[in-house]
Design a binder for this molecule. Structure first.
Ligand code: FMN
Length: 331
């Protein structure tokens, strides 16, 4: 038997397959089932910054509008009692912690460093083992510079890590300038892991009705090439863990991400498509591959195909394309 145990953000995981943040990780019964099917850890569905900021105000506004409270009585209200989505989220964390043994990583979908970071402390108090910051910022503002965009990330990290002592990770997209330098500088903060990458829903056009629709919500295995390249480039060059996300649909995808240098993988689409039992299939595929290669633990091969250890570092860069096209033209 091979040993799939791995360390992630200082936590011990029985294997490197994490159920990524999605609609599959926001119910206690699903969390229990994900553990039963073999998940190494779970990232809960993200709570949105807007929910944290707006909820208390919404409740108060509704109560005022309905004449339920007089403005002067508001001074006597315990606003903490009124935060339903928030209370539900904190309850999910503490219920999950009681129900399963695997690490529970909470997640916040955020776009600013204003107002909400204090909430991270309550996530910590509810018992979460770690917190993932899902920074969902598409740099479409034509007036904002790259530095201004990046500052948002560093401000969020600095505020949150200054407030909590549980490990904090950050999930980013590929839409950042000077990506290698950006990832490296993020890793020099107190962040414990960087998740490469989040996957945005992308627009598509209906050319018959001139309407917009979106491409499929779920990834395809071909999309693994993007995180594979960037994990391979960054592995052994960053001061934190790396988690690969997007396009990992089977055990061989997990093996590729680990060979690139990822410490763990996060999966969502494949669990939607194939069910939670697919985690067992993936674990078996990893086990078989490792046995065939004679590897006993993940450390035996993690990062073996990262750019820094590769016998072919150019494979990740432009020169490979030039070679490919030159060969084709010559034929
Ligand atoms: C239906 C659905 C809901 C998702 N919700 C979240 C979310 O709340 N927070 C988050 O960080 N990522 C969310 N994701 C993104 C996934 O965690 C993951 O990063 C992305 O789907 C790429 O991984 P995959 O190829 O394994 O699906 C969601 C994905 C799906 C398909």
């Amino acid at each position: 038997m091979v040993n799939l145990t791995t360390k992630y953000m200082g936590l011990t995981l029985k294997n490197p397959i994490i159920a990524g943040s999605s609609g599959l990780t926001n119910k206690l019964s699903d969390i229990i089932e994900l553990e039963a099917q073999g998940a190494g850890a779970i990232v809960l569905k993200s709570l949105f910054e807007e929910e944290i900021i707006n909820e208390a105000h919404d409740n108060i506004n509704k109560m005022q509008a309905s004449g339920f409270i007089y403005p002067e009585t508001m001074d006597y209200f315990d606003f903490d009692e009124m935060e339903d989505p928030i209370a539900n989220y904190l309850k999910l964390i503490s219920d999950a912690k009681k129900a399963v043994k695997i690490p529970i990583i909470a997640s916040i979908n955020c776009v600013t460093s204003n107002k909400w970071p204090e909430f991270a402390k309550r996530i910590e108090s509810a018992g979460a083992d770690a917190l993932e910051l899902n920074v969902f910022a598409l740099p479409t503002d034509l007036e904002r510079t790259a530095e201004e965009n990046e500052k948002v990330y560093f401000d969020i990290v600095s505020k949150v890590t200054g407030l909590v002592s549980i490990p904090v990770s950050i999930k980013i997209s590929q839409y950042n300038t000077a990506l290698g330098s950006f990832i490296k500088r993020l890793s020099d903060t107190p962040i414990k892991s960087i998740v490469l990458f989040n996957r945005f829903y992308s627009p598509d056009f209906d050319i018959h009705n001139f309407d917009f629709n979106s491409t499929t919500v779920f990834s395809t295995p071909a999309e693994l090439s993007l995180p594979l390249r960037w994990v391979a480039i960054m592995a052994n060059r960053v001061n934190c863990n790396l988690a690969a996300s997007t396009g990992i649909h089977d055990g061989y995808g997990v093996v590729k991400a680990l060979l690139a240098g990822a410490d763990v993988v996060q999966v969502a689409s494949t669990l939607y498509r194939n069910g939670f039992g697919h985690i067992g299939v993936m674990l078996k595929q990893i086990d078989e591959w490792m046995s065939e290669k004679g590897y006993k633990s993940i450390d035996d091969f993690k990062g073996k195909m990262s750019q820094s250890k590769s016998h072919n570092p150019a494979a990740f860069e432009r020169v490979q394309f030039m070679k490919f096209f030159r060969d084709r033209v010559q034929k």
